[in-house]
Design a protein around this ligand. Sequence first.
Ligand code: 13P
Ligand code: SF4
Length: 334
Amino acid sequence: MVDINSAKNNLDAAGFLDLAVDPEIDLFAEIEKLKKEKNAIILAHYYQEPDIQDVADYIGDSLGLAQAAEKTEADIIVFAGVHFMAETAKILNPSKKVLLPDLKAGCSLSDSAPPALFKLFKDKHPDHLVITYINCSAGMKALSDIICTSSNAQKIIESLPADQPIIFAPDRNLGAYINKQTGRNMLLWNGACMVHEIFSLEKITKLKIRHTKAKVIAHPECEAPVLAIADYIGSTTGLLKFTQKDDATEYIVVTETGILHQMQKNNPAKTFIPAPPNNSCACNDCPHMKLNTLEKLYLCMKYELPEIIMDEALRLAAKKPIDRMLEISAKYGL
Ligand code: 13P
Ligand code: SF4
């Protein structure tokens, strides 16, 4: 067993507090107690494991989480999600303590756009506006004009003059989807999400043949051939809302499996089938999102570590395009 001091010393290497947790304790009750004692709020993404979703104060997609982070009056924000999400919460709340259960919970999309490389690309197109998907580092945000999420990307692009040249980064699939929807010709950075690119068109098609009444619902981070067979395309919140108002009883869900927990909870009589990846692994689980566990969440709340710390100049530069996104979203009631 590791003591708290050596665990703190190892935090940089491990990414989380590597301390033993008594298996007898009721983690749900302890986490509730810590929330009250510390005036802490837990914000969780839909891709978190079900236990974490069940202790969260707010569960949402990337836009909803950024809006919740902006509004909260809590002293401590515990972010059950990945690094760029917790970093966004810190950018919006410099005076609050923002905790992330595992600092190594990253994102393949964010990793696909290193700011130094992107800057070289951006400098070659000085007349272009840079619209960047929120799944990116603070360094990338600082190089951007407006941030977007999958919930508001189309509205944000449509709010710009039709002849405005645009660079869209880092997700080439979401960018291509928005190009198709809006008729624009945005320059796309060549990044992708490792989870959403792994779905197998062939296996989804076979599932559709077996489940004739099932509707295919997909996240726009998926590749174009998968999106082409989808009955509905939307952000995680969009997909969830669709299953609530739509009258079908069966859905093939083409996104990370974590969302199925809320879909099933909100629609107990409906059937949700996770779309299969193109191999036999559980690659439709995001390995970054799933680094967070209930134990790590409890330890992080108890010891208030790991914490997101940011350079102030970088924070201010990264905040501007997030503020623009929040303003445009508010204008359109998103
Ligand atoms: P949304 O939360 O905007 O649906 O994006 C999904 C995702 O991949 C988050 O990492
Ligand atoms: Fe990043 Fe994809 Fe995981 Fe979302 S699901 S955090 S985009 S790797």
